[in-house]
Design a protein around this ligand. Sequence first.
Ligand code: WT7
Length: 635
Amino acid sequence: MSNYHIKHLEEYYQVYRKSVRNPEVFWEEIAEEHFMWRKKWDNVLSWDFTKPEVKWFEGGQLNITENCIDRHLHIRGDKTAIIFEPNNPEEEAQHISYHDLHEKVCRFANVLKEQGIQKGDRVCIYLPMIPELAISVLACARIGAIHSVVFAGFSSTALSTRINDATCKMVITSDGSYRGAKTIDLKGIVDEALKDCTCVESVLVAKRINTEIHMEKGRDHWLQPLLDEAYTDCVPEIMNAEDPLFILYTSGSTGKPKGMVHSTAGYMVYTAYTFKNVFQYLENDVYWCTADIGWITGHSYIVYGPLCNGATTVMFEGVPSYPDYGRFWEIVEKHKVNQFYTAPTAIRALAKEGVEHLEKYDLSSIKVLGTVGEPINEEAWHWYDDNVGKRKAPIVDTWWQTETGGMMITPIPFATPTKPTYATLPFIGIQPALMDENGHEIKGNQVDGRLCIKFPWPSMARTIWGNHQRYKDTYFSAYENKYFTGDGALRDEVGYYRITGRVDDVIIVSGHNLGTAPIEDAINEHPAVAESAIVGFPHDIKGNALYGYVTLKESGEGRNHDNLRKEINQIITEQIGPIAKLDKVQFTNGLPKTRSGKIMRRILRKIAGKDISNLGDTSTLLNPEVVQDIIDNAL
Ligand code: WT7
């Protein structure tokens, strides 16, 4: 039996028991036998959730890119590391071998150094899904610079907030991006953002769509000529196990995004180990995750986890609907994809278009299907199972978060029997707990509560960049000595977990994590708006959509509501991005509030979800009269 590769349910239970009875011994063995270290650690784990402080493999030294690239060169140097599938199916796919990747990452790393980037500097990456995105991430890691990838669908305001928060010295971007039949002027968005950023000294620009763009003298440089000039080898920077590898922002319950900081060694060990087991990846398999590298799913399971295992990982630039809804399946057939990982929202969108799009393609290469990002409903689960997996490919419903770095609750395919809508069992080393409202752990099965994790795991985020107190308050203060996930969950009669959704002010729309506060802040900037509240309501494809309740100032009364709706969505698009646009906007005379002035979102959520049978006691509200009015005018 190998602890690194689990194949049967019995093995899972055995390894799981080992991993929780003696986590240090367990993780030490995994780390020692399957990774390349420059110096062994002194201490496997030290932790204190009250501070909170967690350190894995302290004293160990390594470079993650040696693990992702160099160590593969002599055994699988010519193997394809990355398959790049362009937006336009007419454009040829690129196959980047491990040798090619080594050279490209080294050249890029040398360019970063020549531009004055040093170990510990922050580099913002704002790129579409082109090879330069994966390569620049790895180039930063090669020299010990901390990357902060910002999803290239975010607006200029969202981008500048993130650049400033991490005081990035450099931005890496492209002239523009393709998205289906559209192009997006990325460089224009960067230029706009940089008006508010004094920390950025240089901008590297990849050419993708060949548009005429403004290049700021002294600041902006075309990337390709610099790469052409650079040396093809770059000695990796030796990093300490706990040195930050990257920052990735996630939204929270206040306006400011949280820059989650991930460490080097623990993150590497856990993402590689989960990748191997949760996808049962074998040497000649082709693996495809449809996420964008701008999200944690892409960091952990397009770049680091797969490459660390010497896998072939597909990077797709486009969208599922272009040139038609058969695109995903065309790609699966073309590259003979063995493991396919996507989000429930994509599955629902594709299911809606009908099975004729799939029937044209040979999907027989598929061995394992995965889903992530939000709860998957039963209908979508069966559609995926029946039509994509032909009931032969187990579905791994993987629950995890930006903060957890890697998968936490998930089946291991061919070992864990799956159950629709259930993420099933905790992964090796993960110790979940369900908590009641009084802060007590709920033991036993057939129970539900708030999901916490009781013991550290290697890839947990170590802090929020520049704000450790907020890290403590958000994740370690709700329940003593536990990490609080923000999710609710239930545990069934055999101990399987089902994630029921967020229990805080975060709404998951199309698999994207959106805090209500930043959206409300944006809306409130409209001169006619007095106040607003955002809630989620069920949506066939997006899972949840956003419903906004907006109270106008006196000056706004009498204004055309349709125009106001457009203006509000325009502000949201500018400040956050189109993903945060509201599906419905209801103008109200007031918002229901508690006596302490807190908006009662519970009531608003019920009204938005057309579930007003049981609103609870509204008489304790400060202004109970607004409730009926809101119900009468609900959309
Ligand atoms: C939140 C984290 C982890 C990568 C993508 C999202 C929800 C995630 C599942 C799942 C039910 C899920 C949770 C979680 N979520 N996966 N399989 N079943 N819910 O990362 O943006 O940090 O969002 O996504 O609510 O807390 P994220």
